[in-house]
Write a protein that binds this ligand. Structure first.
Ligand SMILES: Nc1nc2c(c(=O)[nH]1)N[C@H]1C(S)=C(S)[C@@H](COP(=O)(O)O)O[C@H]1N2
Ligand SMILES: [Mo]
Length: 201
């Protein structure tokens, strides 16, 4: 699929320093968590009027969408044209009322992995919680039963095995963001390392 792209199309879709792959490498720190639908739940909390907890069945009753998006890992591979299926953030957010203080999002995963992003980027049209890829359920190593997809940022923001979304008034760096990766992570600006960050304030 990606191989058939015309050179100008490829230039438009492949960020600087990235190399195409048709495979889907697994990039995980630590083991793949075990999934049990009876105990799995999904929480939305923090700066919301009322916290929400959904069971596996309740989550699967939410409106579903499909979208095509490219995926860029900071280790330099990019996989283009992924067909993701799941729940758009816009549809998820009909379940809660955000407090005005909510400005950042911290994503919590099974196994303790976390990642952070600004609210404005979390609510972008192309951000979703996905459970299927290319017409099949996600494989456990790729995040089943649920992963975040944030196409405009490097892959470590696309957290696998998501269990909770926390809205926060202040930004708190996640797992890789405290270990030397860039807080923002825009692949088009090659925001790879925290050492590149401009001092703020
Ligand atoms: N929970 C969790 N999510 C994670 C990671 C991880 O280690 N744990 N790795 C991230 C990184 S660095 C990338 S590039 C993508 C890779 O997704 P994949 O393993 O499905 O290719 O998952 C991201 N999400
Ligand atoms: Mo990555």
């Amino acid at each position: 699929m990606a191989k058939r792209l015309a050179p100008d199309e490829l230039r438009r879709r492949l960020p600087p320093g990235q190399v195409l792959t048709d495979k889907f490498p697994v990039l995980t720190y630590g083991p793949t968590p075990r999934f049990d639908p009876r105990t799995w739940d999904f929480r939305i909390g923090g700066e919301v009027e009322r916290e929400v907890r959904l069971s596996y069945e309740e989550f699967h009753a939410l409106p579903r969408s499909t979208q095509v998006a490219d995926f860029h890992c900071v280790t330099t591979w990019s996989r283009l044209g992924n067909v993701w299926e799941g729940v758009r953030i816009g549809d998820l957010l009909t379940l809660v009322r955000l407090k005005p203080e909510a400005r950042f999002v911290i994503v919590h995963c099974d196994g303790g992995y976390t990642t952070n992003l600004p609210l404005a980027e979390f609510v972008d049209d192309d951000v979703m919680l996905a459970d299927r890829l290319d017409g099949r359920d996600l494989e456990p190593d790729h995040g089943y039963p649920l992963r975040l997809i944030v196409p405009k940022l490097y892959g470590w923001k696309s957290a696998k095995w998501v269990r909770a979304i926390e809205f926060s008034s202040r930004d708190r760096r996640g797992f890789w963001e405290v270990r030397g990766y860039h807080n923002h992570a825009d692949p088009w600006r090659e925001e790879r390392y925290s050492s590149q960050e401009e001092p703020e304030d």
